[in-house]
Ligand binder design. Structure first.
Ligand SMILES: C[S@@+](CC[C@H](N)C(=O)[O-])C[C@H]1O[C@@H](n2cnc3c(N)ncnc32)[C@H](O)[C@@H]1O
Length: 151
């Protein structure tokens, strides 16, 4: 699915999504994050995995959609205002022809009513002690018939 495609890892953190996409055969991956430490980590992670990942330290949520085929978002719906901006950005990317996938551990501001659950995984949340019970994380796509995010 991702092979040969151009991928944006939005809110990349350590860049695991971008690295995984490149390892799965993506043509190019751009990892974007507002945190310079995250961007530095993406570079290290890409090098450790022997893949090329372009990086951008910026907030692009109010910018025009980049030229990519897929926008992949991991855990970016944890604040209401940020979630609204991310959803609006994804709407614009989809209107420009990109597909969007969201990985989420069940954050409060995920627009669930607009999403279709594609897969579910057991996972530990960031900062969980080793003995903590696993929670459910899932991958979502927007429903085709879904309306736009209310403003
Ligand atoms: C919970 S972490 C998720 C990291 C990664 N996607 C993952 O799943 O491991 C959220 C990341 O989004 C970044 N972030 C927050 N607001 C952002 C914005 N407006 N644009 C880009 N990245 C943002 C944070 O700096 C942080 O690295």
């Amino acid at each position: 699915m991702i092979a040969g495609q151009r991928v944006l890892d939005l809110g990349a953190g350590g860049g695991i999504v971008a690295v995984a996409a490149m390892r799965a055969g993506a043509a190019a991956a751009l990892a974007v994050d507002v945190d310079p430490d995250a961007i530095a980590l993406v570079a290290l992670n890409a090098e450790a995995n022997a893949v090329a990942v372009a990086t951008l330290c910026a907030d692009i949520l109010d910018q025009p959609p980049p030229a990519v085929d897929w926008v992949l978002v991991g855990d970016l719906f944890y604040e209401a205002a940020l979630a609204r901006r991310v959803a609006a950005f994804l709407d614009r990317c989809r209107a420009a022809g990109a597909e969007a996938l969201i990985g989420d551990p069940g954050r409060a501001h995920l627009p669930l009513a607009r999403l279709e659950r594609l897969a579910e995984y057991r996972l530990a949340d960031f900062g969980d002690p080793p003995a903590a019970a696993a929670t459910a994380g899932a991958v979502f796509a927007f429903r085709r018939e879904a309306g736009r995010w209310p403003t």
